[in-house]
Write a protein that binds this ligand. Structure first.
Ligand SMILES: *Cc1c(COP(=O)(O)O)cnc(C)c1O
Length: 375
């Protein structure tokens, strides 16, 4: 019922130069090499939602796929929003580890790879610290699209096995996450780059995170959202989604976006503190939070602007806190990834700083089985 063909036409644009491109062009960056944004005029009607299936596709009118035949879905989305008592305060946790591939990256991959199918592209490349690779590989597998996934050689073994299981060709790249990105960019000169960082279709999947929170809180927005940030694909998706809700008159202010980074890799937290508009050049140290160990986020300037616009800020957490939070969560029955525990460690800092009456939402981003290890 909810999967219908869409007649609106959106466009891709480079916000720095205002260059515009049609949606049916297989491109992932602008002619001047910039990151692209996506404008689509459609929006779902709150009155229609009641009868729709509980997946992210209930927001069909806002999802940039024209022909319903191209939609690849495993019923993903509408993850439970858990009420939680944390540090004596009532807060909400969006359980994004409960996705088909075990992380919220399925929101972005479902939209991006559906679009890849719609564009008739038969092979893609992608790079990731693991979870985006799992999600892209899973949806490509369903669509029969060949995919090459580039990952750092030291990625958690469970994620590597998962990527291979979906039938992707995996390339283990020695060195840093940045070396992996460089290898994928090189391969992307010949094949379509289905990058969660560069590709705006990914963010128009993650934006459904905001719509769901709005519905699940009883048609209102939170005061603050505490999210882990590496490349910012969840944070920027949330920013797009809540901005849409403001434009439609469904909420009247943006939630404060509180970004959590590992102290061992904090280019955005550092830049924010220095009042800079670009990510800081940092020396990255090893961190347990592999999912957010991003020294040079492609959309760094966009993330900093979004956090400032929302009245939010950044919090950094150290390795000891990540580990102790991971343990404490497991003792409550929540088996999440170390990277997800980093966000909750950041949430605990935030809870010490804020007033009782705020509505605060945070997230479990990835499943614990992905980074299972003895510690
Ligand atoms: C991808 C990911 C993040 C952070 O996402 P970014 O897009 O890099 O900001 C956080 N936690 C987990 C488990 C992830 O997979």
């Amino acid at each position: 019922v909810i999967f219908k063909n869409m007649t609106w036409t959106g466009y891709l644009f480079d916000p720095l130069t205002d260059e515009r491109y049609p949606l049916d062009e297989p491109r992932w960056r602008s002619d001047s090499g910039g990151v692209l944004s996506l404008a689509i005029p459609g929006f779902w009607n709150p009155d229609d939602l009641g009868h729709r299936e509980h997946s992210m596709w209930r927001y069909r009118e806002s999802l940039p796929i024209q022909d319903e035949q191209n939609i690849l879905t495993m019923g993903e989305g509408f993850t439970p929003l858990l009420t939680w008592n944390r540090r004596g305060k009532k807060i909400w946790i969006k359980q994004e580890h409960l996705f088909p591939t075990g992380s919220y990256k399925d929101r972005g991959a479902a939209v991006l790879i559906s679009k890849v199918k719609e564009l008739g592209i038969r092979q893609v490349v992608q790079d990731s610290s693991g979870n985006a690779g799992c999600a892209i590989a899973a949806y490509c597998g369903r669509a029969g699209i060949a995919c090459d996934i580039y990952v750092p050689a030291d990625t958690s073994p469970a994620k590597l096995m998962q990527i291979r299981s979906y039938g992707a060709r995996m390339h283990l790249i020695p060195g840093s996450r940045e070396d992996t990105a460089a290898a994928a960019l090189d391969a992307a000169r010949k094949k379509y780059y289905a990058s969660h960082c560069w590709n705006p279709f990914f963010l128009h999947g993650t934006k459904t995170f905001a719509y769901e929170i709005w519905e699940q809180l009883g048609q209102r927005g939170p005061d603050a959202l505490v999210l882990p940030v590496g490349n910012g694909t969840l944070l920027l998706g949330a920013y797009i989604g809540f901005t849409d809700l403001i434009q439609r008159g469904l909420i009247d202010k943006l939630p404060k976006l509180i970004g959590v980074q590992s102290g061992h890799c904090a280019p955005l937290a550092t830049a924010f503190q220095q009042h800079a508009t670009q990510p800081a050049l940092i020396e990255k140290l090893p961190t347990l939070a592999e999912g957010i160990a991003i020294a040079t986020p492609v959309r760094g300037a966009e993330i900093l602007a979004a956090v400032r616009d929302s009245g939010g800020y950044f919090i950094t957490v150290d390795e000891t806190e990540i580990l102790s939070t991971h343990r404490a969560l497991a003792l409550q029955g929540f088996y999440v990834e170390l990277t997800a525990a980093a966000a909750i460690a950041g949430l605990d800092h935030y809870l010490e700083l804020v007033v009782e009456t705020e509505t605060i939402v945070s997230v479990f981003t990835g499943h614990g089985l992905k980074s299972a290890c003895e510690h």
